[in-house]
Ligand binder design. Structure first.
Ligand SMILES: NC(=O)c1ccc[n+]([C@@H]2O[C@H](COP(=O)([O-])OP(=O)(O)OC[C@H]3O[C@@H](n4cnc5c(N)ncnc54)[C@H](OP(=O)(O)O)[C@@H]3O)[C@@H](O)[C@H]2O)c1
Length: 333
């Protein structure tokens, strides 16, 4: 298969440090162009990363006939506007998470997709990582009995007011940045949408962003809960508890590209966890896997790994969590 030609909107940190190098090492993608609001910045990044085409504006990259797919890692408030512009220029789009600020805004993408015939996908790379496919297979095959509880945690410490995550006006805050991961993965693992959700949110008094949150999502008989924070020691874990065992995904979100990921499966239980068996997954780069999966869907005309409709459903849950934090009560997504 000839490789799919990717163009990158901006010199975002995630693009230049993780996604571009991964796409360049992947089997089905090549990075042909990069753009920045600042031409010099784009040129420097292109030189450093060996990208052949450079554009002084995002518009110029969208007009480049050599680009088939646009990767959109702009700040959250620009996800929908630039994804729409890319689609209207005839480009497929892999857009960073969260795909929008609200479900209402995300829904605008449906029309554009249907009108232009391009593919649009949210870049939740975790959802194509083999460790998550394996975790889902184990839980669905009954390895821990009947799944009844999910527990997640995702935190880091960042109080830099210049960071996009700390700017309330452009879609900053912890739920949109990292709380969205346990939301998508609880939905992925249960294969359901939550009936109702509850959230408690603490905001940074100066920056206004949500810096600590706790959430409960009820999926029929399964209770999923998670804590996220942008101002706590860095940590991440997800655990799944069943009637006959439990499963831990050790590095659930920032899976390392240079060493095996581990799943800890305990089929018996016991407070010391000494019955747990450790499963190591072959080393892989989740950004390369995600890029290849999207490219394969484009070339083969196969279904994309995460449909746009799924991204809208995820935003509906996030909206409901924000509503619950305001109302103090249960909300339906
Ligand atoms: N999937 C993942 O693992 C993952 C990890 C980290 C981040 N992300 C997502 O990726 C996106 C970017 O995150 P990041 O940490 O890489 O951000 P970042 O380094 O701040 O990059 C954002 C880029 O957007 C461009 N930009 C355009 N308008 C801007 C504005 N008004 N303010 C700031 N930048 C503006 C800038 O590029 P130019 O100056 O070159 O135009 C900037 O470098 C976010 O949506 C985040 O949620 C995903």
């Amino acid at each position: 298969m000839d490789k799919v030609a990717w163009g990158v909107l901006s010199t975002a940190k995630i693009a230049v440090t993780k996604v571009i190098p991964a796409l360049q090492r992947s089997e089905r993608c090549r990075v042909v162009a990069i753009a920045s609001r600042d031409g010099e910045r784009a040129r420097a990044a292109a030189e450093r990363l060996g990208i052949p085409r450079v554009h002084d504006s995002y518009e110029a990259l969208l007009a480049d006939p050599n680009v088939e797919v646009v990767y959109n890692p702009l700040p959250n408030h620009l996800h929908v506007p630039w994804t729409i512009r890319a689609a209207e220029a005839g480009k497929h789009v892999l857009c960073e998470k969260p795909i929008a600020l609200t479900a209402e805004q995300a829904k605008e993408l449906l029309d554009v997709r249907d009108r232009t015939g391009v593919r649009i996908q949210e870049a939740f790379m975790v959802r194509t990582h083999p460790q998550w496919l394996k975790a889902r297979e184990l839980v669905r095959s009954g390895a821990i009995g009947e799944l009844r509880a999910v527990q997640g945690f995702f935190s880091y410490f960042n109080v830099d007011p210049g960071n996009i995550r700390n700017q309330a006006g452009i879609g900053g805050g912890g739920l949109l940045d990292i709380g969205c991961y346990p939301v998508t993965l609880s939905r992925f693992m249960t294969g359901q949408e939550p009936d109702r959700v509850l959230a408690l949110i603490d905001r940074d008094p100066e920056m206004g962003i949500d810096r600590l949150g706790s959430a409960i999502l009820v999926f029929g008989s399964v209770q999923a809960s998670f804590v996220y924070s942008t101002q706590l020691v860095a940590f991440q874990r997800m655990r799944f508890f069943g009637t006959g065992g439990h499963l831990e995904v050790e590095i659930p979100f920032n899976a390392p590209p240079d060493r095996p990921c581990r799943l800890l499966l305990d089929r018996k239980g016991g407070i010391f966890g000494d019955a747990a068996e450790t499963m190591e997954l072959p080393v892989c780069d989740q950004y390369a896997v995600a890029g290849d999966a999207f490219s394969t869907a484009l070339r083969d005309g196969a279904p994309q790994p995460i449909p746009l409709e799924d991204a809208i459903l995820n935003m509906r849950v996030i909206d409901a969590l924000f509503r619950s934090a305001e109302s103090g009560g249960w909300e339906k997504p």
